[in-house]
Design a protein around this ligand. Structure first.
Ligand code: GLU
Length: 307
């Protein structure tokens, strides 16, 4: 069977140049390896009205076509419930009553990495659980992990090992957590290649571990560098002309934006006209820079020059 790659945006706002670059890279990785390219909208969390359609229009405008229907996570709740049931049935979950503050204040478990869940609720007795439930708190559901770390393969980074803790599977409000949904969807959609921003690199081992528990073969990853502003911070709306529509407002067409993004990965000369198909012919994973892309937006003047 042909495998698939994917781009999985969260519809919390417009895609910025860094997101568009990740989308182009995901498209190139999939297309140059004979895979399908799928779009999955990760809408279980913050959703801004109209953002999904604008994101899809931007991908189309750059010429990044996809296969099949766009999948939305909010349409797939039964699939996540089924996975939870499987894990429950194997004793691999437990309810967690901790608030964020309690987790931050709890002493961390020996050898646990920063931010790892300290395991406070892992061994509560049934009566302790009942007591906590009686206080009216809605528990989250966590994975009862049986490993401390896991290794994944990343095309750009080699073998990457990082910590696996008891991740949240279902939030206290009953919404499936990102780490569960992403694993279930990648498995159900036969996605065997995950290209995404390297802010998610340290999540890959725990997602891959969870996949193995669900009988899913972990994908091969390629975590690509993020786009940063000239202060070295993650690119954001306040940085100026960061979206395709901002760039259009400055008189740049989608083709010019594609060139700008392609030249940031060594695939086009500045000003050259290219299409995604041209880029696929030139694509070489060895050439992808390992450093962040520094984006200097030029739509606002230096404040010192303002009258
Ligand atoms: N929805 C996530 C984001 O937009 C990406 C998740 C993933 O690619 O695994 O940051």
């Amino acid at each position: 069977m042909v495998g698939a790659g994917r781009f999985a945006p969260s519809p919390s706002g417009d895609l910025h140049l860094g997101n568009l670059r990740t989308a182009l890279l995901a498209w190139l990785f999939a297309r140059t390896t004979g895979r399908d390219f799928l779009i999955r909208v990760e809408d279980l969390d913050r959703v801004r009205p109209g953002a999904m359609d604008r994101q899809l229009n931007d991908l189309r405008a750059l010429g990044l076509g996809w296969d099949g229907e766009v999948v939305k996570q909010s349409d797939r709740l039964p699939l996540y419930a089924e996975a939870i049931e499987t894990l429950n049935g194997r004793g691999l979950t437990y309810p967690c009553f901790c608030t964020r503050k309690e987790i931050l204040q709890a002493p961390s478990a020996p050898h646990a990495p920063d931010g790892a869940y300290p395991g406070t609720c892992r061994n509560l007795s049934v009566s302790e659980q009942a007591e906590k439930l009686a206080t009216g708190r809605n528990p989250a559901l966590r994975l009862r992990s049986h490993t401390d770390s896991f290794t994944v393969t990343d095309t750009l980074r080699g073998n990457v090992t990082s910590a696996v803790d008891d991740v949240v599977l279902l939030r206290g409000d009953g919404v499936p957590a990102y780490n569960l949904a992403v694993v279930v969807d990648d498995g159900a959609q036969h996605i065997d290649q995950v290209v995404r921003g390297d802010d998610l690199l340290s999540s890959a081992p725990r997602q891959a571990y969870l996949a193995t528990l669900l009988g899913i073969t972990p994908p091969v990853y390629a975590h690509v560098p993020l786009a940063l502003n000239t202060d070295g911070k993650r690119l954001a709306k306040r940085d100026g002309a960061v979206t395709l529509s901002d760039q259009r407002a400055l008189g740049r067409g989608s083709d010019e934006v594609l060139t700008m993004i392609a030249s940031s990965i060594g695939l086009a000369e500045p000003g050259e006209r290219v299409t995604p198909m041209h880029l696929a012919e030139r694509f070489d994973t060895q050439k992808i820079p390992h450093e962040p892309w520094i984006v200097a937006t030029d739509d606002h003047a230096d404040p010192s020059e303002l009258p």
